[in-house]
Design a protein around this ligand. Structure first.
Ligand code: ATP
Ligand code: MG
Length: 252
């Protein structure tokens, strides 16, 4: 079965898109067939891989204006395809209100092409609106990037209660695939304190690998490249390769 991972956290700027792109690229580098789905109207995953969304993209697929095959692009990197998005995608937040069984639409669309891929990664927007729910219902797992700062855990409990609602009502398959500590700076006491708290609170769910704050990770998207293509020797690239390997180990 294709592992479909939603990368979600309603808090903004915690590293969701960086994680989605880097993990997709990391798995593709290991010659796994990967689809990266940009499920955020900000379109950062699309632009971060050097693309501009043109119709048809994810919006047209979700509202039934285009078959999914027509919207998927080769990313330009081996083994990696992209289902892009742009700001039109925000229309879903309005148009799906009151629609029957809207929650299942992304899952149904992905089911048509899932067997072409070993892994599908979905980059979620910073909200718990329709787009994140669509991703959670389509997914087999959710990965939560978490920045080590005050109140980080409170945001995670809200997200986890949404995950539980989705699991009990709509998608019993959905698992917590893991919590990933991002923008990690071990010189800061706050980072170490939050890390200890998160690891105690979610034993076995926090990735051993942590993603350091690394300027190469911040630079890569402006070049339209994943960190692996931008600077394979950087600490950011090493960290995300370690996370990709950990995920593969766990999914066996
Ligand atoms: P949003 O909620 O807006 O979608 P996000 O959770 O997807 O944000 P990113 O876009 O991945 O977060 O990261 C936010 C910013 O921080 C970006 O400019 C990104 O390049 C940078 N960034 C992400 N991870 C790191 C890191 N480990 N080290 C340094 N900069 C990082
Ligand atoms: Mg993002």
């Amino acid at each position: 079965m294709t592992a479909i991972l939603a990368i979600a956290n309603q808090k903004g700027g915690v590293g969701k898109t960086t994680t989605a792109i880097s993990l997709a690229a990391g798995l593709a580098a290991l010659e796994k067939r990967v689809l990266l789905v940009d499920c955020d109207p900000q379109g950062n995953a699309t632009r971060g891989l050097g693309h501009t969304a043109r119709a048809p993209h994810l919006y047209h697929v979700l509202v039934g204006e285009s078959p999914i095959e027509a919207a998927i692009l080769p990313s330009g990197f081996p083994f990696l395809d992209l289902l892009p998005a742009d700001r039109d995608l925000v229309g879903v937040e309005v148009e799906f209100v009151g629609l029957e069984r809207w929650e299942e639409v992304l899952g149904a669309r992905l089911a048509a092409i899932a067997e072409r891929y070993d892994f599908i990664r979905i980059d979620c927007p910073p909200s718990l609106g329709h787009l994140t729910i669509l991703a959670l219902v389509a997914a087999t797992g959710v990965l939560i990037p978490l920045q080590c700062e005050y109140f980080a855990l409170e945001g995670v409990s809200e997200l986890l209660s949404t995950v539980r609602r989705v699991t009990s009502a709509l998608n019993p398959e959905l698992e917590l695939a893991g919590i990933l500590l991002t923008m990690y700076d071990d010189r800061m006491k706050l980072t170490r304190d939050v890390e200890r708290e998160v690891r105690e609170h979610f034993p076995a769910k926090v990735f051993e690998a942590v993603v350091p704050r690394n300027v190469r990770l911040a630079e890569a998207p402006s070049h339209g490249l994943s960190i692996l293509h931008y600077d394979i020797k950087s600490r950011g690239a090493e960290a995300y390769l370690a996370v990709a390997r950990e995920l593969l180990r766990r999914s066996r």
